[in-house]
Design a binder for this molecule. Structure first.
Ligand code: MEV
Length: 328
């Protein structure tokens, strides 16, 4: 396992990248129309599309082992939907994907993949697209991946900015605003190594919510409050408050039954090593967690996690206000 410091904003700023993300507050409840905060991380997926004479497309993803997952034909289905929507179905092309983001880890790889392919195809075939259009098409791809996405992953994958997000009826109408911090806020990302498909945990939550909607709506409402309080904490750069809110959000996610033994172990380890707060991030059930610590403790927390055998990444929530290549 490597400790890989990465810059907050993806170093890849060319227009064919899709950004990976962390959710700071509000995963799962965001699917039910409550607020969530997400931020891009310095890991992304890039794609490159080149035309060729022969009709049809080849999709090349280095390191993608199609034999080991239930979603083996997903990239092909995503690429097919995009060619259809962009009106270039049947055109001869070679699509190469350069993933720099672990799959099935809760870091938004499927949305980043869709955004990267959309941008690379649009760029190759000279199709002008606004950020909103890229995001809306990536949302359709996310529907193939996990049925009822909130739209938060495709929004961050497209715009590459920290956002407060609330879903509306469709991706085009999603409400989101950019949140800025007064200084970069360091975040430690811990990977459990247990692959987890968001579709599965979203369906776990759907099952319990369907049985007792009012009981679970009450939990979602509490999480909504944490996300809204979190905006102020981020804007003030208040690490202690953010940590507290993250700890409570993790407890509520545990109540939704989307934590796992590995996530609990990592969260406990981070807190024991001095983190101000820690929580699972994304779909849960495995995947990734995040922790926040005072800047002079950040490396110690990451090192403790790494020594325990987990892969960690350091990222930061950026204070930058400049929009990405194609901003809202
Ligand atoms: C996945 O990154 C976040 C979830 O809330 C699902 C979604 O918002 O679509 C679990």
């Amino acid at each position: 396992p490597a400790l890989t410091p990465v810059p907050a904003r993806a170093t890849v700023t060319e227009d064919t990248a899709g950004f990976g993300k962390i959710i700071l507050f509000g995963e799962h409840s965001v699917v039910y129309g409550y607020h969530a905060i997400a931020a891009p991380i310095g890991l992304s997926i890039r794609a490159q599309v080149t035309r060729r004479e022969e009709a049809g497309s080849d999709l090349i993803i280095p390191g993608f082992d199609s034999a080991d997952s239930a979603d083996s034909d997903l990239p092909v289905r995503i690429a097919a939907l995009i060619t259809e929507r962009l009106g270039i179905r049947g055109s001869g092309m070679r699509i190469e994907v350069f993933p720099n983001l672990p799959r099935a880890s809760g870091l938004g790889a499927s949305a980043a993949l869709a955004v990267a392919i959309i941008r690379a195809m649009a760029s190759c075939f000279d199709i002008p697209l606004t950020g909103r259009e890229v995001s809306a098409l990536a949302f359709e791809c996310e529907q193939i991946v996990h049925g009822t996405p909130s739209g938060i992953d495709n929004t961050v994958a497209t715009f590459g900015q920290p956002i407060l997000f609330r879903k509306a009826n469709g991706a085009r109408d999603a409400e989101f605003s950019i949140v800025t911090a007064p200084h970069p806020i360091p975040i430690i990302i811990g990977i459990t190594g247990v692959r987890s498909l968001t579709a599965r945990t979203v369906s776990i939550v759907r099952t319990v919510w369907t049985k007792s909607p009012s009981r679970y709506d009450a939990i979602f409402e509490q999480i909504d409050g944490l996300a809204l309080t979190g905006v102020g904490a981020l804007e003030r750069g208040d690490l202690a408050e953010l940590g507290d809110l993250m700890n409570i959000n993790h407890g509520l996610l545990n109540a939704l039954q989307v934590s796992s033994p590995e996530l609990e172990a990592l969260v406990a380890l981070a807190r024991r090593s001095g983190a101000l707060g820690a929580k699972l991030t994304g779909g849960g059930g495995g995947g990734a967690m995040i922790a926040i610590a005072e800047p002079d403790r950040t490396n110690a927390v990451a090192t403790a996690m790494r020594l325990a055998g987990y892969t960690t990444y350091l990222t930061e929530i950026s204070a930058a206000t400049a929009p990405s290549a194609s901003g809202p």
